[in-house]
Design a protein around this ligand. Structure first.
Ligand code: ADP
Length: 174
């Protein structure tokens, strides 16, 4: 039996409403907020989140940093900076894979049980959705295969295209 079976779950809707230990933010390198899921997380968490982010000195693409969740149901936010899609020859795949690995590593270090990812780089950063979803599932499954933490990972689908891609990939078996 696969160690990852049943540990990756598809969820539709707004990541800011999820009562998980950590939600992942698709941030930009300043960590000072932006549009899309980043804006939604900052609005829901309140100004304390921005104040903590100001102390972090930004974040490089592919890296992740952890803050508290403040007014969110989630206790923690793991901010990761995805790659901007530039055609695929500038290391975008590896940078995106690194986002998932570094975010999962932070959750595992804190022994968090549950975490939720948005589809990193699949919004304004323009990464092709099928390719991004395949990388996400591959990296999460590989990580969970080697770690009991987190016990469960939610893939949060805000739009129908992302949901359909993840559904197909997970139906084919992790
Ligand atoms: P990026 O800059 O990394 O592309 P975006 O925030 O533009 O980040 O989009 C990343 C993904 O997050 C997209 O699939 C978008 O539809 C989704 N998204 C936007 N708002 C939310 C939300 N509140 N909860 C979950 N996912 C969201």
């Amino acid at each position: 039996m696969s160690a990852t079976r049943g540990r990756i779950r598809l969820t539709r809707g707004d990541i800011t409403e999820l009562p998980v230990d950590a939600i992942v933010n698709a941030a930009n390198p300043t960590l000072l907020g932006g549009g899309g899921v980043d804006g939604a997380i900052h609005r829901a968490a309140g100004p304390e989140l921005l104040a903590e982010c100001r102390t972090l000195g930004g974040c490089l693409p592919g890296q992740s940093k952890l803050t508290r969740g403040y007014r969110l149901p989630a206790a923690w936010v793991i901010h990761t900076v995805g790659p901007i899609w530039r055609g695929g020859d500038e290391g975008e795949d590896e940078t995106l894979a690194s986002c998932y690995r570094t975010a999962l590593t932070l959750a595992a270090e804190r022994r968090l049980a549950t975490m939720a990812f948005p589809a990193i780089s699949c919004g304004v950063y323009g990464f092709p959705v099928p390719r991004a979803c395949a990388i996400a599932v591959r990296e999460i499954a590989a990580f969970l295969g080697g770690s009991p933490h987190p016990a469960r990972v939610d893939l949060v689908c805000f739009d129908a295209e992302v949901y359909e891609e993840y559904r197909k990939i997970l139906a084919a078996g992790v």
